[in-house]
Design a protein around this ligand. Structure first.
Ligand code: B12
Ligand code: SF4
Ligand code: SF4
Length: 292
């Protein structure tokens, strides 16, 4: 039996992929327990799609996952003016879904040419990418729910290729979360509990979902898409490279036509949510800020 690890790693090096690991797909009982507990506590968001049997690979047609990690930068928000807002780190530059999918396609094409089946995924698919990345040795879980890598902290995107090819598999790495609770204490909505994120309370979800309760409205701040607070405070991210936030002038954004918005934001990862939700968040930021 010839394992294809070296060939895949060679391809990934050429594509500039920083992190790669291989994980065996088998029925994941521990993941099933976590997902069932989250469901029973009503902590599941509308963004978590798919059923537990498929997510835990009960009777799957795939035998392995190739998991990649692509680092990105944390945001420096110094110098922001009162009339400016910004998007969180995941919505800076070209949409990461596009960047990772391009890379994953090279890997899947290689496997398909050899006669193997493959499925590629970045973010919006039924599989639990953090769990697969954990199994493939890319990182350990922080109390903030993030998968943290020894070198890149939690600022890395995850992409997966599922296939029926088989590989030599990586080992999981030791958990190095300091348990300092800084993430828990800094979370503005108290979304982090002892061992779970309550996605429904997470500001990242609140900035993206359609209908907000009165209480949820009061949480909207100057970061009008996503939230980086529990990552920025985490000591594992202190050496992560920084980039300047792209500040958005409130008046210019609110007065922009749909056409102009499309031209400027069509390759941004926030684009799928549309201008109306961002407009709403900006208006709530103004309201909440004026109240202070
Ligand atoms: C739904 C979703 C959300 C929802 C709900 C998140 C949640 N925690 O429930 C919302 C909108 C809130 C969200 C927010 C964010 N998200 Co999101 N999200 C997803 C998505 C689509 C599914 C996640 C999911 O299934 N959650 C359900 C719960 C049960 O799973 P989980 O979050 O992975 O939780 C695990 C831990 O609790 C864990 N666990 C904790 N301790 C331990 C210990 C052990 C030993 C084990 C085995 C497991 C374990 O068990 C769970 C299963 O592994 C994934 C993409 C994907 N397809 O997987 C991206 C993804 C998880 N998101 C990502 C990112 C970047 C973010 C944000 C940082 C974006 C932002 N800046 O606003 C925030 C971070 C919020 C946070 N602190 O978690 C990245 C994470 C990368 C990383 N290095 O961890 C992913 C993988 C997207 C990607 N392809 O890169 N997200
Ligand atoms: S802030 Fe502290 S407790 Fe939270 S994930 Fe980072 S090291 Fe762990
Ligand atoms: S992303 Fe923001 S709201 Fe969500 S858990 Fe982290 S600090 Fe809390």
């Amino acid at each position: 039996m010839k394992y294809l690890n070296d060939e895949i790693v060679n391809i990934s090096n050429k594509l500039g992929i920083n992190l790669i690991g291989f994980c065996k797909l088998e029925y994941f009982k521990d993941l099933e327990n976590i997902l069932k507990e989250k469901e029973s506590l009503n902590l599941k968001t509308s963004f978590e799609i798919g059923n537990i049997d498929d997510k835990t690979f009960k009777n799957s047609e795939y035998s392995s996952a190739i998991v990649i990690g692509v680092p990105y930068k944390k945001l420096n928000t110094n110098g922001r003016k009162e009339n400016e807002v910004y998007f969180s780190s995941v919505a800076v530059g070209i949409d990461y879904h596009i960047i990772l999918k391009d890379k994953l396609e090279f890997i899947s094409n290689y496997l398909n040419d050899l006669g193997y089946k493959s499925f590629i995924g970045v973010d919006n698919n039924i599989y639990n990418e953090r769990y697969l990345a954990y199994k493939a040795g890319l990182g350990f879980f922080g109390k903030n729910g993030m998968l943290i890598n020894n070198k890149y902290g939690s600022f890395f995107y995850i992409g997966i290729v599922l296939t029926n090819a088989i590989f030599k598999y990586n080992k999981q790495i030791n958990n190095k979360c300091y348990g300092c609770n800084k993430c828990i204490e800094s979370c503005p909505t108290k979304a982090i509990s002892k061992h779970f994120i309550n996605g429904n309370k997470c500001l990242s979800y609140i900035t993206q979902k359609k209908n907000l309760t009165k209480e949820e409205e009061t949480f909207i701040n100057e970061c009008v898409y996503g939230c980086d607070i529990c990552q920025n405070i985490c000591p594992h991210n202190k050496d992560v490279k920084e980039t300047n936030a792209e500040f958005i002038n409130i008046d210019e954004f609110l007065n922009m036509s749909e056409e102009e918005y499309k031209n400027i934001y069509k390759n941004n990862s926030s684009f799928w949510r549309g201008k109306k939700i961002i407009d709403r968040n900006i208006k709530l930021y103004i309201e909440n800020n004026l109240k202070k």
